[in-house]
Structures are given as structure tokens and as C-alpha cells.
Unconditional design. Sequence first.
Length: 277
Amino acid sequence: MAEKVGSKHSALAGDGDATIGASIVAKAIVKVYGQDTDNPFHALGPIDLNIKPGEFVGLIGPSGCGKSTALLLASGLEPATSGIVEIDGQTLTNPISEVGIVFQDHLLLDFRTAMQNVMLQQEIRGLDANKLRTRADMLFERLGIAGSEDRYPRQLSGGMRQRVSIARALVHDPSMLLMDEPFGALDAITRTQIRHDLEMLWLETKKTVLFITHSIEEAVGLSDRVLVMSQSPGTIIEEIKIDLPRPRPAHLGEHPEFAKYAERIYKIFTKLGVYKF
């Protein structure tokens, strides 16, 4: 059975009873696959996390370092081999119900329209249809996809499909949004626009966001803090607080401080041997 978290609320335009972010604390979590076999795979850890309510945290590291595994552990979809995860101070023992997850693949159902895909949350969770439809309409507007409600995924661009996926992850008003390379398959122009739209929505809703990416520019551009991971088995080797104005400018490369943050992360990966320049 899924656990419920995030009972706090704050005002949101169009929704006076909106859930704000939950805290995420991980203590010495480790994930080993096949630990009872002759060939166990140490995928992650130990790592510690301390994400404050409403914080936007980027997690970046080399391919295969365990970033996606960390996301699954934070959601309760995977159990940790050792260590504990706490959501709002409660030890996590089952998958969380009040969470939204966005993957690189939009995972929309081809036979349902965009709105029907988003409203799937209402059917699964047994929530009030009218209230969720009002929230869905707001999300379609904020994410720049108003007018596409009755289109099927095949009739949408890649960027529009991913926006629908984000709306589906947020429509039930979760306290946490977990994003695993959500813009990885999109072109640069679309990525820039969706990054801006996501930031503006986050500034208004103050959900807690754990954002996994391979893009240094994306991590710096969106995050309050960037956690840099080592190669597999991944551990957090550096924490970088991003002190840039919000909302962030579309052309981040023009901001002198942005270049300093990006260069700092590039140097870490070069030292690790990820980059060989």
C-alpha cells in the first residue's frame, strides 16, 4: 500500500488548497542488486540527502552512477539495501502516493487524448473529477499546451507530449516531483522553453523537486543546489549552492556567474576522468 505524505498547504492561483513540498532525507542509503547471488552489483551509495520542503535540487553524474536508482529509492518504488529514507520525518517503507514522476519517455497512452492521459490520475486515485479537471486546465495553460486537450499523443510534438507528462505528474497535487532526464530527448530550443515553464510553475507551487540530468547547463539553470555524483557506485562528492536570480534568464550563458558554476562541475568530471580533454 502506498504511503501518504505532504499534508501541508499553501495558496496557489486557482487552487486555495494546494499541497506544498515535502522534505526528503536519506541516511547512508545503499543499493545492491543481486546481493544474495554470486555476482552482486553495487549500484549506489552510501549517499545522504537532505532536501528541504519546496527546494529544487539537481542530481548530476556520469552514466550508470545510480542517479535513477536514487530517484526510485526516494519514491519508495525500490527498497534500499541499507540505510533509510524519510519523507517529512516519516521513515519510508512503501511507495509514496503523493508523488509525481516524469521520465525521459513520456509514457502516454496512445489510445487516450492528452486530457484523458492527465485525468488518468483521477480514475486511479478515485479523486474528485471536477476539482482535478480544473487543476488540469490550469496546468495545460501554464505549460503552454492549452488547446491540445483533445489531441492524441501521435498528434503532438515531442515537447508537447512531455508537457502533458508533466501535467499528469502534477495534476493530483503531489508534495514531491521526481524527474529523471525529462528533457533528454528534446531539441535545444524546446528544452529551453520547457525549462522556463517548469521553473515558473515551480516558483508558484513550491513543490519539492529532485531533478536528474546529464546536462550541466540544465542542472545549474534550474536548481537551488546541484549534487554531483561520482562514478558507479555513485556517491555524492560535491554540493554546489546555485546563487542566481529567479526566474533564471533564458540565455544563461550570458550570466557570468553561470559560467563559473558550470566550469566548476566540468572540472570535477575532468578530475574523475569522465571527460578527457
